[in-house]
Ligand binder design. Structure first.
Ligand code: SF4
Length: 490
């Protein structure tokens, strides 16, 4: 029998010779049984629009200077994350793993954590290690705090008491069965501030921002805007210069860390801040609330600044809180966005749009499309979030729209809605490609994850200039798809 199997030629097998034929099961679309459509009635989730919780904590850690996440779980809990960061940001991400095997599942992961932290400190000399738990370590019931004390005792005996000043440790509990990547980031925002922030009594003028899971281009755009207002600020979890680095030759020292990221000392001084903002309510508000409660730092939770109204709200709030005037540059940029919207209103007005993604992206984008005269039809909030659902409902009521809002559903249910009532355009992440192809509707990629196009991680959608670019992307997708060539230039 085995002799009948064809040998693999020395030069390998070409893709076209693999003989994989993609055939639909039926020539026509067969709708699923009615009772399977609603996620509420099912015991399984089909095609979720979210990923697991630890990735959020790892994301936050990678925005800190010389920081490494240490994942207390199996290697698979890290492999997917590194792969995702490499695809989305096109940069390598330094993430350590406790490498759980059968023995850890039976006896617990104390040995893995104690030895793992020691190796990491010796080899990589980080300034911070976040200990990120996973489903397995949480189910086993690992006493992470106890293990950490033990690891610190051992390291102190080996390396001296300086170890306590050299490296900071932050524990982030992220069992994936308790939430998605969005909640993982949110928990990290609280854990970092809770562990590190202090109040020295010396009042600072710094405004702190927690950006949430925005791309590197978005964070850069926000920093640029704040600089035009001469705002003294600290951007926490700032991935803009750690997950988007220039190629400038060989690293000058090993281990190599990118120069960017928030300094650990900025977290320590957070208790003295003048104010703290979360600009992605679902990913960062926990940190803001904790700092406000613990150190009475005024906290503000704003919708992500996508579109005119959302950006206005943020800029106005910062200006009122700090007493700083809104710069002429920002006023000019606002005018540019309004002008672009007016120029293109005939393309967007009345166009029907479906949206899918994380709560903060989806709720902010709904406001923007309504400003453009578009009609939201079906909106999927990938992670259950009542605030986002309420924000979407409020903005749609204001414009007299009543889209289908799926809060904590899956793409299966959302796609069913799209198949029955196709929109003119879809706004969503890369996992919306299949439905976009199936119903022949253009997809404007935004949010997380976008891995099947290059450069989008550097293109902001936030702020007035980001809004103008986002608008161009939406309109160009509509023009490419819906307008005959001879009508486009009118
Ligand atoms: S779902 Fe749980 S076990 Fe699976 S990768 Fe995420 S943390 Fe690890």
């Amino acid at each position: 029998m085995i002799t009948e199997i064809k040998q693999i030629p020395v030069e390998g097998v070409k893709y076209k010779h693999l003989g994989i034929e993609k055939k639909p099961l039926t020539p026509e679309y067969v709708p699923p049984p009615e009772e399977l459509v609603s996620k509420e009635k099912r015991t399984v989730c089909i095609d979720p629009s979210r990923t697991c919780m630890p990735i959020g904590a790892m994301w936050a850690t990678l925005g800190v200077n010389r920081a490494i996440p240490f994942v207390q779980g199996a290697q698979g809990c890290t492999t997917y994350v590194r792969y995702t960061f490499a695809r989305v940001f096109r940069e390598p991400a330094l993430i350590a793993n406790a490498s759980f095997h059968e023995d850890a599942a039976v006896f617990g992961g104390s040995k893995n954590l104690i030895h793992g932290l020691r190796n990491l400190v010796c080899r990589y000399q980080p300034s911070l290690i976040s200990i990120v738990t996973t489903c397995s370590s949480e189910i086993i019931g690992d006493d992470i705090q106890g293990f950490l004390y033990e690891a610190l005792d051992e390291m102190e005996a080996e390396m001296g008491p300086e170890i306590h000043d050299m490296v900071k440790f932050v524990i982030v509990n992220t069992p994936s069965f308790a939430g998605s990547h969005v909640e993982g980031y949110n928990r990290a925002s609280q854990a970092f501030l809770k562990t590190l922030a202090k109040k020295s009594g010396q009042d600072s003028r710094d405004i702190y921002f927690i950006p949430g899971q925005m791309s590197t281009g978005d964070i850069r755009e926000l920093k640029r805007m704040f600089s035009t207002m001469n705002l003294p600020f600290k951007m926490l979890f700032d991935i803009s210069d750690t997950l988007d680095c220039p190629l400038t030759g060989m690293p000058k020292s090993v281990p190599y860390y990118p120069p960017g990221g928030t300094q650990v000392s900025d977290f320590v001084r957070a208790g003295d801040a003048e104010a703290i903002y979360s600009i992605s309510p679902a990913a960062g508000s926990a940190g803001v609330k904790w700092l406000e409660k613990r150190y009475k730092v005024p906290g503000f939770i704003n919708t992500m600044p996508i579109g005119v109204k959302n950006t206005d709200k943020l800029i106005k709030s910062i200006s009122e809180t700090t007493g700083r005037s809104i710069s002429d540059e920002i006023r000019w940029e606002r005018g540019i966005l309004l002008d672009a919207m007016a120029d293109c209103l005939h393309y967007t007005m009345g166009k029907r749009v479906a949206i899918c993604g994380d709560p903060d992206f989806v709720s902010a984008a709904t406001g923007f499309v309504c400003e453009l005269g578009m009609i939201p039809t079906a909106i999927l909030i990938g992670t259950k979030n009542d605030l986002a659902a309420e924000t979407i409902k409020d903005v749609c009521d204001e414009y007299d729209h009543s889209p289908l809002i799926l809060n904590d559903s899956d793409q299966f249910e959302w796609e069913y809605a799209l198949k029955n009532d196709a929109p003119d355009v879809i706004l969503g992440h890369s996992k919306c490609v299949n439905i976009s192809k199936e119903i022949r509707t253009p997809l404007v990629r935004f949010g997380f994850p976008v891995y099947d196009r290059v450069g989008l991680q550097r293109e902001p959608v936030v702020g007035y200039l980001g809004g103008e670019r986002f608008l161009s992307r939406i309109i160009n997708a509509i023009l490419d798809h819906h307008y005959p060539d001879d009508r486009v230039h009118q």
